[in-house]
Design a protein around this ligand. Structure first.
Ligand code: THU
Length: 133
């Protein structure tokens, strides 16, 4: 089910608040993500970097971890927020993470401080993704 305005605002505000708490001393690039699950619960996460650079985790990974910890398994919508001029899209690994817990209808919203700028479905961001073996 598509979000109403109140839910959309909540998702945006959660992602924006998560970005404030991001730990990004190396890149100085703070990202927040917020998820609405298929059970209408909301979760958020931020990027958490590490002095050993590859150990850092993306905001999307944090939000997904919070969702799993909260007992949900399906992403209905995910919003990714960065206070940047250029719109950012999830990295390859996070596209795979979103695919794991999304379906054909899952929406990925990309937002700056001016709000949602673009929305995608996972098949657009991860065509021919690894889904079965
Ligand atoms: N980052 C995210 O958290 N999500 C994205 O979608 C893109 C990049 C983080 C990873 C790293 O901490 C910083 O942004 C710079 O790449």
């Amino acid at each position: 089910m598509v979000m109403d305005m109140k839910e959309q605002t909540r998702l945006f505000e959660m992602a924006q608040a998560a970005a404030v708490n991001a730990y990004a001393p190396y890149s100085k690039f703070k990202v927040g993500a917020a998820i609405k699950s298929n059970t209408d619960k909301f979760y958020s996460g931020c990027n958490v970097e590490n002095i050993s650079y590859p150990v850092g985790t993306c905001a999307e990974a944090g939000a997904i971890a919070a969702m799993i910890c909260g007992g949900d398994k399906k992403i209905s919508e995910i919003l990714i927020f960065a206070d940047s001029k250029e719109l950012i899209t999830p990295c390859g690994a996070c596209r795979q993470r979103i695919a794991e817990f999304g379906d054909n209808d899952t929406l990925i919203h990309l937002a700056t401080k001016n709000g949602i700028q673009k929305s995608y479905k996972i098949a657009e961001l991860l065509p021919s993704g690894f889904a079965e073996f």
